[in-house]
Design a protein around this ligand. Structure first.
Ligand SMILES: C[S@@+](CC[C@H](N)C(=O)[O-])C[C@H]1O[C@@H](n2cnc3c(N)ncnc32)[C@H](O)[C@@H]1O
Length: 218
């Protein structure tokens, strides 16, 4: 792995949780290419974000749990009965305004406060790719318990980028944070979740899998 940082952790890491809570008010600068991201994001960024939003908009209406929904930047484009879940109350403060017809709930992605089979699908954006192997296994088991399918959106692996690393993050107040992150090809993501590629973009990848284990008619 690139920078050394001890055993990788994300969803179970208290410092990572505090970082995202602190970042909530400025999180969308990344998607919008504002502030420090005006220089950090690649020239094709806005085009890629539009492709991603179009993909989410085009999904058929369904009972969807958006796990680690953050500010709801993607959640707001989902159709159907929508619930956004995140560990950060500050993130959900933003998401709740954005998704007025849905609901938001504070919760842990590795212990979803949701009944078995309660959703048609889980969607998760820029969360799965942060998880080390042990957290991925718990997350995928939880998703299978609560939903009949999963859509994962994440950051594409670009040439010259270390596929798994501790990344250095700086917030607008100058504070520095270290966050574990993996970068994925669309093939790798689809293979890991046992599904199909939905998007193979320059900045983002997405894959989907459906299971029939919650069907009540068979
Ligand atoms: C990179 S942001 C992704 C936000 C949004 N889904 C998106 O696509 O932009 C990662 C999110 O994961 C959330 N998170 C981290 N650990 C979590 C956990 N154990 N349970 C629920 N959410 C968690 C953070 O609070 C943060 O909002």
């Amino acid at each position: 792995m690139g920078k050394t940082g001890g055993m990788p952790a994300f969803a179970r890491d208290a410092r990572t949780a505090a970082y995202y809570d602190q970042r909530a008010g400025e999180y969308d600068e990344w998607y919008l290419g504002q502030g420090r991201y005006a220089e950090l994001n690649p020239p094709w960024w806005h085009e890629e974000v539009s492709r991603l939003v179009d993909l989410v908009r085009a999904l058929p209406p369904a009972r969807t749990l958006d796990v680690a929904c953050g500010t709801g930047f993607l959640t707001q484009h989902l159709r159907g009965a929508i619930v956004g879940l995140d560990q950060s109350a500050a993130m959900l403060g933003v998401a709740g305004e954005r998704v007025p017809t849905g609901s938001v709930v504070v919760g842990d992605a590795l212990r979803l406060p949701v009944a078995d089979g309660a959703f048609d699908r889980v969607l998760t954006g820029h969360f799965y790719g942060h998880l080390p192997a042990d957290e991925r296994a718990v997350f995928l088991a939880e998703v299978r318990r609560v939903a009949a399918g999963l859509i994962v959106i994440d950051t594409a692996l670009r040439p010259g980028v270390e596929p798994a690393q501790w990344t250095d993050r700086v917030l607008n107040d100058g504070s520095r944070h270290r966050i574990y992150k993996r970068y994925l090809t669309s093939d790798q993501l689809a293979a890991e979740i046992g599904g199909q590629i939905l998007l193979a973009g320059r900045s983002f990848v997405a894959a989907a899998v459906t299971w029939d284990h919650h069907r009540k008619d068979g």
